[in-house]
Design a protein around this ligand. Structure first.
Ligand code: S6P
Ligand code: ZN
Length: 185
């Protein structure tokens, strides 16, 4: 090995965010989550421009490449719409059998999972929690704490996202605050 074989990494993971040439950043404001929460009256009273979560994703290969991997870091703010915690949109993968890892980095939350028969269950998220999401399972995350929830994810580059099924039918159960306790209703 000589000096010309030593490279700087193509992406950097600092301050709970990714940076690099092939990193894509996106932000979701409350207006983009219209219809996601049950309590429409409470939704209407909130500032629609507020950021609910932002994601930075390192995509070293083009989308839909078979055999590649992506990685993303999501920061989800604390808050509620009525008694329902702020959460991500949630999705199935477009290539339905593709799996994914999520892991907790900072804060507290719940990973909400739903299979094709609409059975719903949740896993607690905390710094160091590791979650294997099998293929064919819809996934979304709720922030049940009082601080930012940061989690990372890694998924196959040909997984794609099916947001439409969740936008149309939602999850079969909702994670709500009942007397300060996150409860699946
Ligand atoms: C991608 C992965 C995450 C989410 C992110 C936002 O497969 O699951 O990076 O994109 O947490 O959630 P959503 O449901 O709005 O994509
Ligand atoms: Zn996913």
């Amino acid at each position: 090995m000589n000096g010309s074989d030593i490279f700087f990494p193509k992406a950097i993971f600092t301050n709970h965010s990714l940076s690099g040439e092939k990193v894509i950043k996106s932000t979701r404001i409350l207006a983009e989550l219209e219809g996601v929460f049950q309590d429409q009256k409470a939704f209407d009273l909130l500032d629609k421009q507020q950021v609910i979560y932002y994601v930075s994703s390192y995509m070293p290969v083009p989308e839909n490449t078979t055999g590649g991997l992506f990685m993303g870091i999501t920061t989800l703010y604390p808050g509620k719409v009525g008694n329902e915690y702020f959460m991500t949109k949630g999705h199935f993968h477009a290539t339905t059998d593709r799996a994914e890892f999520y892991w907790g980095v900072e804060g507290e939350g719940m990973l909400i999972l739903m299979d094709a028969e609409r059975n719903v269950w949740v896993e607690r998220m905390f710094p160091g929690s590791l979650h294997y999401i099998p293929g064919k399972i819809a996934h979304r995350v709720a922030n049940t704490g009082h601080q930012k929830l940061v989690f990372a994810a890694s998924w196959p580059s040909d997984a794609g996202h099916d947001y439409e099924t969740i936008a149309a039918n939602g999850f079969a159960r909702r994670l709500v605050d009942i007397n300060g306790i996150p409860t699946l209703s």
